[in-house]
Design a protein around this ligand. Structure first.
Ligand SMILES: Nc1nc2c(ncn2[C@@H]2O[C@H](COP(=O)(O)OP(=O)(O)OP(=O)(O)O)[C@@H](O)[C@H]2O)c(=O)[nH]1
Ligand SMILES: [Mg+2]
Length: 356
């Protein structure tokens, strides 16, 4: 997505009241990370989505006008549109329409550099396309499969599905091979008795920055969402004679596409196999607790919620004073740090040592 001119659209439905503003700010950040230039933004409150276009007809008129005025060539919805709604919108607007999930998949595709990362992203993309095809194919698949539907008479849709399914199974096999070799390495590590820590947290919280300052490494850290997709593991001395292994891993986000969690299971196993999780939190974010909840949601989904967690309130250099007691008490044990200014790192190491 190279410098596409994008218009953002978010519809606040009754059921998720009060969440649209933060979600739109994040959508803008996602769009910029993907390389788009934002030329407009529209939001609307609506009891329930319009069947044909998702947005109401008045808003659609407004959108058509903005597209004309700004010369935009892409519309990004914060909501999950039905494939047919996307197609209807594309027809009247004459430009591409995508949703949040597709945007996140695009960023992952751009940021995947390792062999494993690429395989996982391709798997997620194919699984996403599969759901799309099923959406379009409900009428056709009602005709049923089996005798008489195979061979040359088979619909294009069925062929596409079959190809996708085949590709998905190949990808899964390849990922499984990598996963098995990783399991072997990991069990060697476990039998050596050395403890494993994982840095987890919302995207852009400062996980990679923290890994770098703790272990004097040089992992890519930048003001972009999902800068890290691959796991990096380093040795960390928590005292003169005691060391642990610490891993940096992919960040989480609200409404993280399910296909991604599923496809990244192998990478996320690093998390499920850790002895302790360091939950890195951007304490300067106005949505701090919402982001923390999103992280717990993903931990639950990957079966890691019962792991011991140390909460690391990061970016304290941007916060006046300390975290209010009524909040911090809920996330014990916790430490306050600034990875950028290297403040609080000794406290963090002490906390890890006591915990072990
Ligand atoms: N002010 C301030 N900025 C920080 C601090 N720690 C990290 N940052 C900045 O926050 C941004 C994100 O940092 P990363 O370390 O890439 O964050 P991450 O959690 O690894 O993000 P992803 O890999 O994208 O999920 C960068 O621009 C960092 O410079 C901090 O303590 N204070
Ligand atoms: Mg990172």
């Amino acid at each position: 997505m190279d410098r596409e001119k994008a218009i953002l659209v978010g519809i606040e439905l009754q059921k998720d009241k009060g969440s649209i503003e933060a979600s739109m700010v994040e959508l803008a950040l996602l769009a910029k990370t993907a390389g788009a230039q934002i030329t407009g933004s529209i939001t609307q409150n609506k009891a329930k989505p319009d069947l044909k276009y998702f947005i109401g007809t008045g808003k659609l008129e407004e959108l058509i006008q903005i597209v004309k005025q700004t010369g935009a060539n892409l519309v990004i919805f914060d909501n999950d549109l039905h494939p047919s709604q996307e197609r209807n919108l594309e027809e009247v607007l004459g430009i591409k329409v995508i949703n949040r999930t597709e945007l996140i998949l695009d960023i992952f595709a751009q940021h995947a550099h390792s062999h494993e990362g690429r395989l996982q992203v391709e798997l997620a993309q194919n699984q996403f396309m599969m759901t799309r095809l099923s959406g379009k194919g409900t009428l056709l698949s009602r005709l049923g499969g089996g005798i008489g539907t195979r061979g040359p008479g088979e619909t294009k849709l069925e062929q596409d599905k079959r190809k996708l399914r085949y590709r998905i199974s190949l990808l899964k096999e390849d990922i499984e091979k990598i996963r098995r070799s990783r399991v072997t390495k990991r069990s060697a590590r476990i039998s050596s008795g050395i403890k494993n820590l994982s840095l987890i947290g919302y995207t852009n919280a400062g996980k990679s920055t923290l890994l770098n300052v703790l272990t004097k490494s040089n992992v890519l850290a930048q003001d972009k969402l999902f800068a890290t997709l691959d796991t990096t593991t380093r040795k960390l001395y928590i005292s003169a004679d005691k060391s642990v292994l610490i891993s940096d891993t992919v960040g989480f986000i609200q409404k993280l596409p399910h296909q991604l969690i599923d496809a990244f299971k192998a990478t996320l196993e690093e998390v499920t196999d850790s002895d302790i999780l360091l939950h890195v939190v951007d304490a300067s974010s106005p949505d701090m607790e919402k982001q923390m909840d999103a992280v717990y949601g993903v931990l639950e989904e990957i079966g890691a919620i019962s792991k011991p967690i140390i909460t690391v309130f990061n970016k304290m250099d941007l916060v006046k004073g300390t975290i209010p007691k009524d909040i911090s008490e809920r996330y014990k044990p916790y430490v306050e740090i600034s990875a950028r200014d290297k403040n609080g790192l000794d406290k963090l190491k002490n906390c890890i040592e006591t915990f072990l």
